[in-house]
Design a protein around this ligand. Structure first.
Ligand SMILES: *[C@@H]1O[C@H](CO)[C@@H](O)[C@H](O)[C@H]1NC(C)=O
Ligand SMILES: *[C@@H]1O[C@H](CO)[C@@H](O)[C@H](O)[C@H]1NC(C)=O
Ligand SMILES: *[C@@H]1O[C@H](CO)[C@@H](O)[C@H](O)[C@H]1NC(C)=O
Ligand SMILES: *[C@@H]1O[C@H](CO)[C@@H](O)[C@H](O)[C@H]1NC(C)=O
Ligand SMILES: *[C@@H]1O[C@H](CO)[C@@H](O)[C@H](O)[C@H]1NC(C)=O
Ligand SMILES: *[C@@H]1O[C@H](CO)[C@@H](O)[C@H](O)[C@H]1NC(C)=O
Length: 757
């Protein structure tokens, strides 16, 4: 079908008109449409976000209220800030009425109710819309905590030193919140990355020149444009040390003085070293040029060289020293900062100072020998000392030891024997000798002199083991009756020779040539009865030079023997050693004792016979009259119990009161004799009751009481020994036939019994 051009134009026009109308309709219905698709359309271009309105923050009061948009067909809004911060008027225009702050709240959510304007009827569900607060550049960049940066010196170009960061509260998506960093000074060494805030080292740094940098950093928003805000801060960058300096002596020469007597090892002084590096990067090494075992140089804690001597110095030998010392460092970074201009070798001069030293003995110990015997003034040897300070100076010698048998010549040091020496009493002597300068300076040195006393043959040999020799009665001719030996205090006297001193027919001697000699019997027949002991003179000679000979008497005992010549009994006066007078005295003593014993035995026997004759048994004699059950009062107590009271209860009609303390007299009752046992007990009781010295508690006393019936009186030996002899036994014959035998015994033998005592 052909289309007329006009028609074609008409058609295009209609189409265009239609599109415009469509657009208008779409636009008119937009409010409603947004309700359904708001969530989807939020990120569309602003032009198309019909449900989003924009309001600037920080509007001044004079500009308020300010219209920010219009909602069609609605005069009601609700939600965040509705009808306060945001209001709507009759025709749906929305106003912001107060100052907003994006940094506090950047977006508000509200609802619009869409109703028929005349009927008020709700036409659609509530439409949500947002009010976005637009940012203005109202905040400055702010630097957060800034660390201290550090970088090693000589770090390569481009090394990162540190990071500084600033923040801006404004919207970072806009220029308001976009930060650019600028380094304000120090740019010849450092640069800063404008995006990340990192410093990058830009040149060669040297800690020894400057060890710390303070840099001013500026942060600015608005892409660093002049309209933006800026903030500056100062950051610190420390430069760390590396070993980039070689050590060097502070001078080309060092001079020291040292005393010759210092105790080694000794530090003479310091070879000061300059190394600008920090201590941990100082590691100098010192070398002494040439062969020198006297000195060495040690690195001390400060990195300096300590010059030390190994051995003692001697002014007299070498008064001064000079040598070269070099210093180097192995691990220094090449090339070092201080190349060319440094002193790496220095000359050391040492002057040895003279010190007054004590004399020095040629030896610390001298050994001399001298023969024993009287060698007075014999020269033993000599000691010698010299003064190292002044050779040939006068020295005086002395002996310090008190017990030294030597004398020293004060000038020459010659030693002579002072007293007789005896090797056998002391074989060696140790003497301390001293040497000091003359006149004395107080400096003394000592040396030891050891003197060995040599032996001479000055002691006789003596016979030993002589007691081994004895004769048995059974011994026959040719019997070896013993072996003798010899001893000599001297040394190396060799073999002893034994010979008989006098010829004798009884014995012969055989020298065994091994320092013993056997004694041989020439004939038998020796009897202990005949001879207790016989002697034999033996000569013994040693083999010293000259030899010494001694005569010794051998005492040979004569014994009776068992088998195998074991001695049983030897008669030998010499061995008892008791004199005749002593023997007589002993015998006299024995005799006296015997006589006394015999007298006692005789007396006992007589008493026994008497008792048997009286027909009484020995058991009836009450020798022990009082028995104590307690321990008693000791010897004092015997007064309280006088035996004589009991034994003589009533002799002459009255009670004999024992001689005793006065208390007894107080307690005395009227005499109540007549043999009344009861009365006797009463008296004893009474005495005990009034006895203030007595033992206070009750004790059991057993009193022996002989009674009063017997006219014979007491038979106690206590009485009989003193009274018995005076008794007349004549009355026995008057007692009748029962006592006849007794009367005969005593009456007839009265004279006998008297004479026996
Ligand atoms: C509003 O309501 C009136 C009365 O019912 C009606 O005539 C008019 O068409 C409505 N307007 C809209 C836009 O619906
Ligand atoms: C940079 O400026 C600060 C402040 O004036 C100053 O302290 C600092 O020494 C300067 N730094 C340099 C490398 O010039
Ligand atoms: C940021 O640094 C880059 C190089 O790192 C430079 O090209 C640019 O011009 C700098 N921008 C500003 C604003 O200084
Ligand atoms: C003496 O006798 C004993 C043993 O009886 C022996 O050991 C010792 O060597 C003897 N002495 C000498 C000097 O012969
Ligand atoms: C020899 O021994 C006898 C005793 O047995 C003695 O009487 C006599 O003197 C002795 N002879 C010598 C020379 O000792
Ligand atoms: C010495 O010689 C005698 C005889 O030859 C011998 O009996 C004795 O044992 C010897 N004594 C020593 C100590 O050698």
């Amino acid at each position: 079908m052909m289309i007329h051009p006009v028609q074609r134009v008409m058609g295009w026009t209609l189409l265009w008109t239609g599109l415009v109308v469509l657009q208008f309709v779409l636009s008119a219905a937009a409010d409603v449409e947004e309700v359904h698709h708001s969530s989807v359309l939020q990120r569309h271009k602003r032009e198309w976000k019909f449900n989003t309105y924009f309001a600037y923050e920080e509007l001044l009061g004079s500009l308020l209220p300010q219209k920010i948009g219009q909602v069609r067909t609605s005069k009601r809004i609700s939600g965040e800030g509705a009808n306060g911060l945001f209001t709507v008027n009759n025709i749906g225009e929305i106003f912001v009425t107060a100052t907003l702050d994006r940094e506090k709240k950047s977006s508000y959510k509200l609802n619009a109710q869409i109703r028929n304007s005349s009927t008020k009827a709700r036409l659609e569900p509530d439409a949500e819309f947002h009010i976005k607060v637009l940012d203005i550049n109202d905040n400055k960049p702010i630097f957060s905590d800034i660390p201290i940066g550090s970088v090693y010196e000589r770090a390569a170009k481009g090394t990162e030193v540190m990071t500084v960061t600033a923040t801006d509260a404004d919207d970072p998506t806009t220029a308001n919140g976009n930060i650019v960093y600028t380094l304000m000074n120090g740019t010849n060494y450092f640069r800063i990355s404008n995006q990340t805030g990192e410093y990058i080292e830009d040149s060669r740094l040297d800690r020894e020149t400057q060890s710390q940098y303070k840099l001013v950093v500026q942060a600015s928003d608005m892409f660093g444009q002049p309209v933006g805000h800026t903030t500056t801060t100062v950051v610190t960058v420390n430069i760390n040390d590396i070993n980039d300096n070689a050590p060097a002596f502070t001078g080309g020469t060092f001079r020291f003085m040292v005393k010759e007597d210092v105790k080694t090892p000794f530090e003479i002084g310091k070879l000061t070293v300059k190394d600008q590096d920090e201590k941990q990067n100082k590691n100098p090494k010192f070398t002494i040029q040439g062969n020198n075992d006297l000195f060495f140089v040690n690195r001390d804690d400060d990195g300096d060289g300590a010059l030390i001597i190994n051995k003692g110095l001697d002014y007299e030998t070498n008064p001064s020293y000079s040598f070269m010392v070099t210093v180097s460092e192995a691990d220094v970074v090449q090339p070092p900062d201080s190349q060319g201009s440094v002193v790496t070798s220095a000359r050391v001069f040492i002057s040895v100072l003279d010190v007054n030293e004590p004399p020095v003995f040629t030896q610390t110990e001298y050994n001399f020998q001298v023969h024993e015997g009287l060698n007075k003034n014999k020269i033993v040897g000599s000691v010698s000392a010299s003064d190292p300070d002044k050779p040939g100076y006068k020295i005086s010698y002395a002996i310090r030891s008190l017990k030294c048998p030597l004398e020293i010549n004060q000038q020459t040091g010659q030693l002579t024997v002072k007293e007789e020496l005896d090797r056998e009493s002391e074989e060696s002597h140790i003497c301390e000798v001293t040497a000091q300068e003359e006149p004395p300076s107080g400096l003394i040195s000592y040396a030891m002199v050891k003197l060995k006393v040599l032996d001479i043959n000055d002691n006789d040999p003596v016979l030993v083991n002589g007691s081994n020799v004895y004769i048995c009665e059974k011994d026959k001719k040719g019997e070896i009756i013993g072996t003798i030996g010899a001893f000599d205090k001297d040394i190396n006297t060799g073999i002893f020779r034994f010979t008989l001193a006098t010829k004798t027919s009884n014995f012969s001697l055989h020298d065994n040539l091994n320092n013993t000699a056997s004694i041989i019997l020439n004939h038998g027949g020796f009897k202990t009865d005949h001879s207790a002991e016989t002697t034999l003179d033996i000569d013994i000679s040693d083999s010293g030079s000259p030899p010494r000979k001694s005569r010794n008497t051998l005492h040979i005992r004569v014994c009776t023997c068992w088998e195998n010549r074991r001695e049983e009994y030897c008669r030998s006066y010499a061995q008892t050693g008791v004199s005749v007078s002593a023997l007589i005295a002993i015998l006299l003593c024995i005799a006296t004792i015997l006589v006394i014993v015999i007298l006692f035995v005789l007396r006992k026997r007589y008493q026994k016979e008497t008792l048997v004759a009286l027909g009484k048994s020995a058991g009836e004699i009450h020798e022990q009259l009082v028995t104590y059950d307690e321990e008693g009062g000791g010897e004092m107590d015997t007064n309280g119990y006088d035996v004589s009271i009991l034994s003589s209860a009533c002799h002459s009609g009255t009670l004999r009161v024992a001689p005793g303390p006065a208390i007894y007299a107080v307690a005395k009752k009227p005499p109540a004799c007549k043999g009344d046992m009861a009365m006797m007990i009463e008296v004893k009781k009474d005495e005990a009751d009034h006895d203030r010295d007595g033992i206070p508690y009750d004790t059991l006393h057993i009193y022996g009481y002989e009674g009063t019936e017997s006219l014979a009186g007491s038979l106690s030996s206590l009485d009989s020994s003193s009274v018995g002899s005076a008794v007349n036994y004549d009355f026995l014959s008057d007692w009748g036939p029962r006592f006849r035998t007794l009367a005969q015994l005593y009456g007839m033998d009265e004279s006998d019994s008297d004479s026996s005592y």
